[in-house]
Design a protein around this ligand. Structure first.
Ligand SMILES: Cc1cc2nc3c(=O)[nH]c(=O)nc-3n(C[C@H](O)[C@H](O)[C@H](O)COP(=O)(O)OP(=O)(O)OC[C@H]3O[C@@H](n4cnc5c(N)ncnc54)[C@H](O)[C@@H]3O)c2cc1C
Length: 373
């Protein structure tokens, strides 16, 4: 940790000597939220970004499918808002949905045109838009099936170019927020205690503003696609200094992944025609969501899979199902659904097309399942 001096803080065991770093903005976390904020804040002052482990050790790095935004011809913010409120089952705050949907395209364009995220494009230069569950149209920009890694890489490169304004401190874990209230002042945060895992020392970062961008707490589950860093530290730190904590019950259960490994299989696989099959060889989503079937929203699919497995229709009676992406299956159900390509031609895929669209998943199958699709 680069230090600017040392300071003596009162603690319950007396005065403790601690090195300190100063900044205008202290950002906790180097995922999408932290890095995106750091870039904007660097226009206004000096920024320190600390990150618990490696700079790309974040949920962002693992995101696959892509980012939904109104960018396609024929799509409108109203349609996206309607889709979101519908699948939100009455739990969404309409004003927040409205804000996210209307601001989304601007941020995606910024990622693409200013920050260097190389989203997949059609031959004519327009974004290649994927279709995901709950969306009534194609609106997901993506970089193959490794969108998060591409965003993380681009943001990190841009941040590193701003070395004059942004200091990156990997392997530094925030352990507590500093508030003036602890020293008899107002309850305002002015920095954080930081544990440097390389030196084993706890230092202090002082800042005019502290942004907590430490991500979620998905790691509380035994099987999860989240990396080890997702332990909800920021929420706990904020809670300890009196912040109001809300919505902690909202964990996303992504329906598809590799059994017992916590490796996610992107929703885009179903968007491209992959079909969920139970032990009886049945495409069971037709019973639970007769209209959208395998493209139902994640909560609907997760519940349906749970019920199928509970009732003994998991594969071999076990707690997993098949996600069938063999061209013969995809083409059979696409024909039954009357699915067509945007140009009106029948939806027919080849094995090469599937291999080309889902390189990451194919790689997982080879590496973890010993299957060469
Ligand atoms: C497998 C997977 C697939 C996904 N696919 C999609 C998708 O297709 N589309 C989509 O929109 N979303 C997707 N998501 C969700 C998306 O990745 C997250 O919502 C988003 O990346 C969160 O960004 P963040 O910056 O808030 O958090 P993160 O990216 O998790 O960043 C948190 C940062 O905080 C750091 N940190 C944590 N604790 C501390 C501490 N005490 N001190 C210092 N640093 C700390 C971490 O090391 C990390 O750098 C997916 C998530 C996963 C796991």
């Amino acid at each position: 940790m680069k230090t600017r001096g040392s300071v003596r803080w009162p603690t319950h065991t007396g005065l403790v000597e601690s090195t300190f770093v100063e900044a205008d903005y202290l950002v906790l976390g180097s995922g999408l939220a932290g890095l995106y904020f750091a870039l904007q804040a660097s226009e206004h002052g000096r920024v320190v970004v600390i990150s618990k482990r490696g700079l790309s050790d974040a949920n962002t790095q693992h995101a696959q499918g892509g980012v939904a935004a109104v960018l396609g011809t024929g799509d409108t913010p109203e349609k996206h808002i309607e889709d979101t409120l519908r699948v939100g089952d009455g739990l969404c705050k309409p004003e927040i949905v409205d804000m996210c949907v209307r601001q989304g395209p601007e941020h995606v364009l910024r990622l693409a045109n200013k920050l260097g995220v190389d989203f997949d494009r059609e031959p004519d230069g327009h974004f290649k838009l994927g279709r995901e569950g709950g969306h009534s149209t194609r609106r997901v920009v993506h970089v193959h099936d490794m969108t998060g890694a591409a965003i993380q890489k681009a943001l990190l490169e841009r941040v590193q170019e701003r070395g004059d304004r942004i200091t990156l401190m990997p392997d530094c874990m925030a352990v507590d927020l500093l508030t003036a209230a602890k020293y008899g002042g107002p309850n305002a945060v002015f920095g954080a205690y930081v544990y440097d895992s390389k030196t084993g020392e706890v230092g202090t970062v002082l800042a005019r503003a502290v942004v907590v961008a430490t991500g979620g707490a998905g790691k509380v589950y035994l099987y999860t696609s989240n990396p080890d860093v997702a332990t909800g530290d920021g929420v706990a730190m904020a809670y300890r200094v009196g912040a109001r904590i809300a919505n902690m019950e909202f964990f996303q259960f992504h329906p598809t992944g590799i059994y017992k490994l916590g490796i996610l299989i992107t929703e885009g696989v179903r968007g491209e025609g992959g079909v969920l099959i139970n032990n009886e060889g049945e495409r069971f989503m037709a019973r639970y969501a007769p209209t959208v079937k395998d493209l139902a929203s994640r909560d609907v699919i997760s519940r349906a899979m749970y019920l199928e497995m509970r009732d003994g229709r998991g594969i071999n009676g076990q707690r997993y199902m098949y996600l069938d992406v063999r061209p013969e299956t995809v083409n059979k159900y696409a024909a039954l659904d009357g699915r067509r390509r945007p140009d009106g031609s029948p939806y027919l895929v080849t094995a090469e097309e599937i291999l080309g669209k889902l390189p990451d998943i194919i790689d997982f199958c080879r590496t973890y399942l010993g299957i060469d699709p």
